[in-house]
Design a protein around this ligand. Structure first.
Ligand SMILES: CCCCCCCCCCCCCCCC(=O)SCCNC(=O)CCNC(=O)[C@H](O)C(C)(C)COP(=O)(O)OP(=O)(O)OC[C@H]1O[C@@H](n2cnc3c(N)ncnc32)[C@H](O)[C@@H]1OP(=O)(O)O
Length: 138
């Protein structure tokens, strides 16, 4: 998997290779699904042995954002809900995927994403809205 941005100096917590405490996620498009993988470590725990819910949200947020980013659409998250169905154990390879459910007037994107455990069960599912922004403002 390759990030599209190379040589830039951004410090995005989700995807920058330069951020020393970030997730360093790398994304790829598979048809109309954006995918990444992640294995949580001890430092990502909430309850012992399980990943912190806020960090689960961050991974889902980032994966949905990258579906748009890979299509050259600059956005910001404006709303997100998460259903946490199963604990996400640390030291476990996770598959994360996202897709677009609806586009409104080319400005608001209704996205969804999920974290899948090795046995195929969905541990967490997000729905979020992303608003198109002018990247020159940031
Ligand atoms: C070279 C370097 C590259 C570096 C590249 C790094 C990589 C990059 C990868 C990506 C990485 C991303 C990382 C994860 C994504 C974040 O984490 S983003 C961070 C979290 N999100 C934020 O901070 C967003 C904060 N919000 C804002 O700044 C402002 O609300 C915004 C988004 C700029 C919009 O402001 P605004 O233009 O004033 O919008 P506003 O007038 O309030 O609303 C516009 C319209 O949308 C509607 N609307 C607003 N919110 C909603 C909503 N939640 N639901 C429905 N409608 C809504 C309004 O009703 C309005 O409708 P109309 O009146 O036009 O009909």
């Amino acid at each position: 998997m390759q990030n599209r941005i190379k040589g830039s100096d951004h410090m995005c917590f989700g995807c920058s290779e330069r951020n020393p405490i970030g997730f360093k996620l790398k994304f790829t498009m598979d048809g109309d699904i954006c995918r990444t993988e992640f294995t949580a470590g001890e430092e990502h725990q909430g309850w012992n042995g399980y990943m912190h819910g806020g960090l689960i949200a961050a991974i889902l947020d980032e994966t949905m954002a990258w579906w748009l980013w890979l299509k050259d659409i600059s956005i910001m998250t404006v709303e997100m809900t998460i259903r946490y169905s199963l604990g996400v154990p640390v030291h476990t390879r996770l598959r994360v995927e996202s897709w677009c459910e609806e586009e409104k007037r080319g400005k608001l994107f209704h996205m969804a994403g999920q974290i899948i455990l090795p046995d195929g069960k969905v541990a967490a599912k997000a729905r979020a809205k992303f608003m198109k922004i002018d990247p020159a403002q940031f």
